[in-house]
Structure formats: structure tokens, C-alpha cells
Design a protein around this ligand. Structure first.
Ligand SMILES: [Zn+2]
Length: 321
């Protein structure tokens, strides 16, 4: 396959700057991605050079792409929509409405990045964008995540450019492995590469430090309500969770990174369920209840805690199994 690509910006027109700088992120990922693509494909750089500013850099990329007549062109960006955003916004890929192949590859890119934990915003039809409407062959604009979204940036830093590059590379060319291949000595047992992190909001205490992989979030023996929690899952599939709240009953589902429960309303979180969709990864979790202590571990989607007993959860533990 002949692939033409470019980083969305240059040093003199570096794009958006929020919690991280767009041009930096894009370079880090493309520096990992292009060698992966080049292993089995012809990769043509459509970057005009660092001293070319917008819009000349944009038109250079389009002109070059049309000259080399690639099977696929893409430019790499990171998104922005707000001055600041506390939470996750996620990945999207922009294509032209007539580009069947662009939608197909774009969907694979979004799906693969969502397996790494990014919220999947899906493929967006953007006929007005020059890179969507002026390149003869299949083209797409990859917007990796939102530069101002705290959870997106946290996830980017945690994953690193290499894992993201592998996920995109695998979406474009299935011969590229979804995860980087690590050389593990033959006689060592490889630990589960997936990870789960969670953070509890506790009565009179507020948000406590994030803990991971089976550690305790919340407090025990102090009688304090755990009022809310948020989970970040790093692995294949999508984590979902819901809770039973005093006076409200069961909430709707939350997905990776979203806050479940209430803050500042003095309401008990009485029970919860967690499950992973779209993957074989299993998990277990348990609740520490006022007057009862730790209840037994339960599996994927089962209820942890109590319903109808007016007892509050004090702490939770979650682990991948
Ligand atoms: Zn951009």
C-alpha cells in the first residue's frame, strides 16, 4: 500500500496548546507510527517543513498527496473544543461523506484507540475540511484526543506514543501488531499488561488519591460514606459501571473515566456493578459496608454492596482477573 501522511502542523503554526501541545503530541505519535507503516508499505511524507505556516502547510500537504497518488492519505492532529475540560472527550476521525474506505479505516482507528481507553466519538463526516474534500484518494484526519480534557491527556501520558502508534498502525495495516511486542525472557511469567485504576470521593474528605489493581479506595472503620468513584481501565474492551444511590435507585451506565455517584449531596452509594464489554478481560470487585465489613468478591456485572438496607459503602476494591 502507498501511504501519504503528515503531522497536522509545523513549528511556526503549531496548532492548539492546552494541557499539552498539539504539535508535540502529533510528532511523538507519527515518529513511532511511520516506521511501523514503512515495514510493509511505501510511506510518503507530505510535511512541508517546519518554517511553512498555515495555510501554506495545508495546501502543500494536499498538493503533494495528489501528486503521489497514494492509496491512503492521513494527517494527524489532536483536538480542542473548550478552554478546559475535566474528564474524557476522546478520539474522532474526519472523512468526506463519499469516502467509504475512509469511513472503514477511520472506524478501525477509533475502535482501536477506544480499546486503549479513549472515548470513541467515531467517524465524522466533514465535507468542508480541505483535507477531506481536496484529496483525490482516500483521506482522513485523525484527531487523537482532546488537548484540554484531563482524562484524555492523563491516558495519553500513561499509554505513551508507541502504544497509540501501534493501535493506529494496526487499524491501517493489520500486519502491524495492536500492542508493541515486548521481549520477555522465556522463563518469566508475563504479568497481565492491562490495568485498572480508580478513585473514590469520600464524605468529609473529598477525592482521595487514585489507587490501582485491587488496592483499597475509600476508608474503612471510620463510618464515612464513599459517595462517588471513577474508573480508568487500560485494556481491550470498554468498562461500564452503575450504582445504586440512596433516594435515586440505580443510575444509568457510566463508561471509562466517568464519575459515578454524587458529590456534595450527602447521599449514600449503596451498591454498584462493573463489567467489561467487547473483550475477554474479566474483573472482580468487592465493597466494604458499614457494620458488615468486606463482602465477598463478585464477578463482571454482579451486584456489590447492599440494596434496601440503608447501608453505605465505605470502600471498594477492583481487580482484573
Ligand atoms: Zn490540528
Amino acid at each position: 500500500m502507498k501511504i501519504a501522511d503528515r503531522p497536522g502542523h509545523t513549528q511556526v503554526s503549531p496548532g492548539a496548546s492546552k494541557l499539552v501541545q498539539e504539535n508535540t503530541v502529533v510528532r511523538e505519535v507519527l515518529a513511532e507510527l511511520n516506521p511501523l507503516l514503512a515495514a510493509n508499505n511505501e510511506v510518503i511524507n507530505c510535511h512541508p517543513g517546519e518554517n511553512v505556516s498555515y495555510p501554506a502547510e495545508l495546501s502543500y500537504g494536499i498538493k503533494k498527496a495528489n501528486e503521489v497518488n497514494p492509496d491512503l492519505f492521513f494527517s494527524l492532529h489532536a483536538n480542542t473544543a473548550y478552554n478546559s475540560y475535566d474528564g474524557a472527550l476522546g478520539v474522532e476521525v474526519c472523512v468526506h461523506s463519499t469516502s467509504t474506505k475512509g469511513k472503514e479505516i477511520g472506524n478501525r482507528v477509533c475502535n482501536n484507540l477506544s480499546k486503549l481507553g479513549f472515548k470513541n466519538r467515531g467517524v465524522k463526516v466533514r465535507d468542508s475540511l480541505a483535507e477531506c474534500n481536496s484529496i483525490k484518494n482516500t483521506s482522513m484526519i485523525i484527531e487523537l484526543f482532546f488537548l484540554e480534557a484531563t482524562k484524555d491527556v492523563e491516558l495519553y501520558k500513561k499509554l505513551g506514543a508507541k502504544r497509540i502508534a501501534h493501535a493506529i498502525g494496526n487499524a491501517i495495516d493489520s500486519r502491524i501488531s495492536f500492542e508493541p511486542i515486548t521481549n520477555t525472557p522465556a522463563n518469566t511469567v508475563q504479568a497481565n499488561p492491562n490495568s485498572i485504576e480508580y478513585q473514590a470521593h469520600v464524605q468529609d474528605t473529598g477525592w482521595m488519591d487514585e489507587v490501582k489493581n485491587g488496592a483499597t479506595a475509600g476508608t474503612t472503620g471510620k463510618g464515612l460514606r464513599l459517595e462517588a468513584f471513577a474508573i480508568n481501565y487500560f485494556g481491550p474492551g470498554t468498562i461500564k459501571y452503575q450504582a445504586h444511590i440512596q433516594n435515586y435507585g440505580w443510575t444509568s451506565e457510566r463508561v471509562n473515566g466517568e464519575i459515578l455517584g454524587t458529590v456534595g449531596m450527602s447521599l449514600r452509594l449503596e451498591a454498584f456493578k462493573i463489567w467489561i464489554e467487547g473483550s475477554n478481560q474479566k474483573l472482580q470487585y468487592r465493597a466494604h459496608i458499614k457494620d458488615k465489613g468486606w463482602l465477598p468478591w463478585v464477578n463482571n456485572g454482579e451486584v456489590a454492596g447492599t440494596v434496601g438496607e440503608s447501608l453505605h459503602i465505605e470502600a471498594i476494591e477492583i481487580k482484573l482477573v
